[in-house]
Design a protein around this ligand. Structure first.
Ligand SMILES: NC(=O)c1ccc[n+]([C@@H]2O[C@H](COP(=O)([O-])OP(=O)(O)OC[C@H]3O[C@@H](n4cnc5c(N)ncnc54)[C@H](O)[C@@H]3O)[C@@H](O)[C@H]2O)c1
Length: 394
């Protein structure tokens, strides 16, 4: 069975994904959807896609199998529920939602519909995270003791432009969203390695005093541009998550994880694997460099769309052999993750199996941040983190 896919939102981020959905061998029809008529027409021409839809409502009424959300980050929860209720599988750019109520509704709608829901969490396929999942599966960490994950993105690094194109005329209202409402690039790293999830949190907020007044003049009455949260984890470990939007730093998404037997450290100087052996330090920079990998022999070379047959942006730890040959030479972003996310989703829709980064995972990525912001508003009061459990067997 080939799949008919609708892409909702033809903005900046969708540009790297439209060619991947179009090229996947299990997809035979793509519909582009945007409420902005001009943008929709431009993208239909640019990506050579004949079928378009003027709204999510209209798309949900069409005879398609799946809806992929690339709309503004605060819109995803209700849009995903609408598409699931209309009987469509759903792929969503992060985050899954921006309130506990939205996340509960999303998980219930996924369970009720029996459809596939997948969050497009790019950190899941970051090379360092893949490496640590492999080390954890081998038992090399021992018991996890403590993790640190962080997403640093200063306003001066393009965020004003992003806020303007996402928020339009009244961009200030949405720009000052609490940093902990977008925690998933950080939380997912730890959770997807150890399988443990956050149970309690105490969070501190940095009250912003910048003259741009983005904080606190926003829809969320949020005064914080940076937040630091300390979590208890379900496996007895603890972890610290930093979400910084005002920081003198070039920016990063990264993680460090300590176990009783081994540790992974990543900072501006590079990534290393460490054990108790004081003389040994294994540098991982070459292994984890997302510089592109040649297509594996045995791939379907006659379908290769790239002149040089390279899976762009991937690292040695990426299992490129599982990707469709058609993806070679196509765009790939966020450390090689885009192609794997699209492939996971399409294969799950085709097989009916639960993908990684399913609705229950998505809830565990985002709910800790929502509780953390609440804690920060209460000056660090220790609060429970809601857990909606594991996905049901399919
Ligand atoms: N690493 C990552 O995972 C990563 C990186 C960048 C962006 N993102 C996510 O990608 C998403 C999109 O970001 P962007 O910068 O491309 O935004 P954008 O503003 O450029 O694009 C959003 C588009 O959605 C359209 N839209 C909104 N509501 C709609 C509706 N009901 N029906 C049809 N179209 C609708 C808008 O008209 C707009 O064209 C965000 O949620 C962001 O969080 C994720």
């Amino acid at each position: 069975m080939s799949l008919r896919i609708g892409i909702v939102g033809t903005g900046a981020f969708a540009q790297g994904f439209i060619p991947l959905f179009k090229a996947h061998p299990l997809v035979d029809q793509l519909t582009l959807c945007d409420t902005d008529d001009e943008k929709l027409a431009q993208n239909a021409a640019k990506h050579q896609i004949a079928q378009t839809s003027p709204s999510l409502d209209a798309l949900c009424a069409m005879d398609i199998d799946a809806v992929c959300l690339f709309t503004q980050n605060w819109l995803h929860g209700p849009q995903a529920v609408q598409a699931l209720d209309a009987g469509k599988h759903v792929y969503s750019a992060v985050p899954a939602g921006v309130s506990v109520d939205e996340i509960e509704k999303l998980v219930f709608a996924t369970a009720r519909s029996g459809k596939v829901y997948m969050i497009g969490e790019t950190s899941y396929y970051y090379p360092g995270v893949i490496y640590c999942r492999q080390q954890h599966a081998k038992g090399a960490f021992g018991r996890i003791v403590y993790g640190e994950a962080e997403y640093y993105h200063d306003w001066d690094h393009g965020l004003y432009d992003v806020a303007r194109w996402r928020g339009g005329e009244n961009w200030r209202e949405t720009a000052g969203i609490p940093p902990m409402y977008y925690p998933t690039h950080s939380t997912s790293q730890i959770i997807s390695i150890s399988g443990a999830f956050m149970t309690k949190v105490s969070c501190q907020g940095f009250v912003d005093e910048h003259e741009d007044r983005i904080y606190p003049d926003n829809n969320w009455q949020n005064p914080f541009s940076n937040q630091v949260a300390l979590f208890s984890m379900s496996d007895g470990s603890s972890c610290r998550i930093n979400e910084f939007r005002r920081v003198g730093h070039p920016g990063c998404v990264r993680m460090t994880l300590f176990g009783t037997d081994g540790s992974f450290e990543d900072n501006a100087h590079g990534a290393v694997w460490l054990t108790k052996d004081r003389n040994e330090k294994q540098a991982l920079d070459t292994l984890l460099a997302a510089t592109g990998q040649p297509i594996k022999s045995g791939g379907n070379m006659d379908k290769v769309t790239a002149a040089d047959g390279t899976h762009l942006g991937t690292a040695q730890v990426h299992d490129t052999a599982r990707l469709p040959s058609e993806f070679a030479g196509l765009p790939n972003g966020h450390a090689g993750s885009h192609q794997f996310l699209v492939d996971d989703f399409i294969k799950a829709c085709h097989s009916g199996e639960t993908p990684p980064n399913n609705a229950w995972d998505a809830a565990r990525y985002v709910l800790p941040g929502l509780a953390a912001h609440e804690s920060a508003l209460q000056e660090g009061t220790l609060l429970p983190v809601l857990d909606l459990g594991d996905p049901p067997a399919r």
